[in-house]
Each structure stands twice: as structure tokens, then as C-alpha cells.
Design a protein around this ligand. Sequence first.
Ligand code: GLU
Length: 503
Amino acid sequence: MSEKAVRVRFAPSPTGPLHMGGVRTALYNYLFAKKNNGTFLIRIEDTDQTRFVEGAQDYIMDALKWCGIMPTEGPGIGGNYGPYVQSERKEMYRPYAEQLVANDKAYYAFDTAEELDKVREQAKEMGMPNWQYNSVTRTSLKNSLTLPADEVQRRLDAGEPYVIRMKMPRNHDVRFEDIIRGWVVVNTNNLDDKVLFKSDGMPTYHLANIVDDHTMEISHVIRGEEWLPSAPLHVLLYEAFGWDCPQFAHLPLLLRPDGNGKLSKRDGDRLGFPVFPTNWTTAEGELYSGYREKGYLPEAFINMLAFLGWNPGTNQELFSLEELEEAFSLERVGKAGAKFDAEKTKWFQQQHLKNTSNEKIASMLIDKIDGKVSMERLVAICGLMKERATFAEDILKEGNYLLERPASYDEQTVAKKWNENANGLMTEWKNILSEIEPFNHENTEAKFKAFIADKGLGIGAVLPLFRLLITGAGMGPSMFEIAAFLGKEEVLERMQIGLEKLG
Ligand code: GLU
């Protein structure tokens, strides 16, 4: 028997921006599909119109694009299983719900919201705070299991509002094997008769999710742990329809850095790191910051996310997306919640910046330098500075002296190093510099070494003076490389200006 083709989906609800936990779910789906020559699709689950947020769908698509994990089927992309937005599939759900009623797996319920509130209130007064519409209570409520058939038909014909509820079997063990969690067993006495179809003519999440996963031929459902409690109902729904159940994999929660609780959307800006892939501004004008705008490379963000719950089983930590596609497996996803680590996230960023070509970094910065240097010079600046940078913009901040002359001189270094001999020493060194030909890295370095040996001085006493005059800074990359980059004329001028200013 041939294996079923791997088809996985990311199924966000457009209720707001995509939390990084959501991006991780999308990423694992994407990686799983790639690894197994499968298809990764996106489906927008917008059956709950009361929670719909304008702009959320565009945000989700844009964020996935930035991350480089675009689906091959989805809204705005196309595919043979569309439409990929549930509200556009609205008409197809009712017959499925009615099929379940006809097969005695579901029933019509006519109880109004007020009536149910009253029952709930009474139960509370009798010491039962968690009243449920279930296999016991349904026997005394207003539904097609308790009302005579002609009465039910009369109500339906009259267009009375109703919902369709799952007829949960009594005392039945639901079992399924989750790829990450192993066997899960839940007794149906703990489950309520969930609404499958609402009075507004829309399916609930549960029904739409199952119908769509089936009709879209989804082979594996990879989603967050918060959906584990719904999985038994989903398994029963597949059984009720007589359909094959996809395989489930419920991913571990993302936890706060201190391990105390779920990482929530408010934690980020409160604890000083983004929890969203890209910036999101609410309708009220509140800004939630994103990794993109903070200057993170998508490669670094993705690498960090991959490790929140998965590990390759080796010491390798740095992965490109292509390498992740090769290495990923659900078997190496753990059950335990994954703690987010802001410092580690910066480390991933630093490493990926180092591995990015100078040309690419320069192209990210060229619009930010007011034409102070050419593209070619900017590429060289990136080469000089990127080892010391975490974000691309650090190169401009910390290496501004490569774009223009220093406007000031680091006070601490002046106080510590610029002593009464400094001016004389640097004047002599300037004269030596003016003689160097060709003025390159190697020659300057060799002359400098000879100069300090001749003076009987250590590097630490002399090099900081040279650096101060040329860059205004106390630290930085090799001074000889900087000198070669700036060229003899500029170096001599900077020395002259510095000597006059520092005296
Ligand atoms: N629409 C659900 C969500 O917003 C999807 C859950 C699932 O993947 O089944 O997360």
C-alpha cells in the first residue's frame, strides 16, 4: 500500500497578529512538509466573525513571507482545494452537520441563550459551577432527542433558531496516538455536547476544522498544545463521518524566560523583547513591536524558533532554513514547554549576521547613509565591522567614523591614555605614516611595530592614541585595516585635526 501524500496546514484565526508561537507552528508544518516532499498550505479559520480583526490576515501572510516559509496553497496563492478562507466555504458545512444529525451522531437544540443561562445559574446555586450541556443534561433540555419528531419539524419549518450539537457517546474511551505525546485516552463522560453548527448559519471551529482537514486531504495536524483538549472531539467527529483521522502532533507551549507560564502577547514589550514577527499596531494605535523592525534577520528568527521545542540531536546550533528542512523531524520535538531566551535570540542574530555576505548587509544599509559613501565602500565597511555587530545597524552606529570624520573623542580613553608624551609620539608616528608606500595594511603594521620597539613602548600605550585620533573611539577593529581603508591622505588629515584638538 502506498503511503498517503503528506499534506499539512497552518490554520490561524484572523483574530489579531501572529504570535511567535504561531510562527513556530507554521514553521514546523513547513519543515515537516519539506522534509517529506509534502505540501504546506494555509487556511484562514474565520468562522467566529465576532473575533475578526481587520488586517490580521494580511499581517499573517506578510509575516510568513518575511520568514521565508510561504505555503504553496492558500488565500491569494490558489490551489486545488480552495477556497482557503472558511467564510468563503460557508455553504459547504451545513450538509455535513445535517448528515451527522441523520446518522444520530448529532442533534438539533432549540434552547435559547437565556434558557441556558438560567439552567447554568440554577446549577451554580446547587453547588455545580461547571454545568455542561452533555449526555446527562441533554435529556431534560429542548432538543431533537427530547422533543417529538413532529414538533422538531414544526420548529425547523417555522425557521426557529437552533444549533446542532455533537451527541457525545456515554462512557466511551477515546484513544489516539499523538506523534509527540504518545497515547492519549479521554473518557467521553468528561466531554460536553459541543456546538457544531451555530444559529447564524456558520459552523463552529470544530466542525469546519474537521470538514476542511478531510476535504483538503490533510495527512498530519501539527498545532499548539492548547488544542489537545479538543482533539478527542475531533477524533470522534472523524469516526462519526466514517473518515480516516489524520495523525496528530501537539507542539509544546512557549514559556516565559523564567519558565513561569505561557509567553503572552504582553510579555514581549514588558520584558524587553518582541513576541511578534513584525510590528503590529492595534485599531487603538497601540504598537506591539516585531523582530523585523528591531533589525533581526529572518534567518536568525527562524533558527531561534526552530530550537524552541525541537533539537537536532547533535551540537549544531546554527541552521539555515535549507538545513532545517533537511534535519527536522517531529520525533525530535519534546513534550516539555520551551523557555524563550532573549539572550540566545540575540546570539542567533549575531551569528547569522556574521554569515551574511557583506554585499547583502550593505544593501540593507545603503538607504540609511545619506550617500556619505559609495556602495563599494559600504561593502568594505560591513566587512570591517560585522564581526563586532549584532544588528546590521550597529555597523553604522559603531563604525560611523568609517563614513565621516569623528566629531568627538572618547573621554574615557582621552583621560586614561592621552598623557604629556602623546602629542610628541603621535607627531612622530604621523611623519612615519606619511612616508609609507604603498600605504597598505601590512606596511603600516610593520612600521608601527618597528616604531614602538624603537621607543621601547608596549602596544597598549601607543595603539589607543592612534585609534583615538583616527576614529575618536576607544575600541574597534584592526587599526591597520582601518588606516588602509581610509587611505593615506585621510589618515594624515585626521591625525592633524586630532593633534590640534587634543593638544
Ligand atoms: N484556528 C485554530 C487556531 O487559531 C487552528 C487550530 C488547529 O490547527 O486545528 O489556532
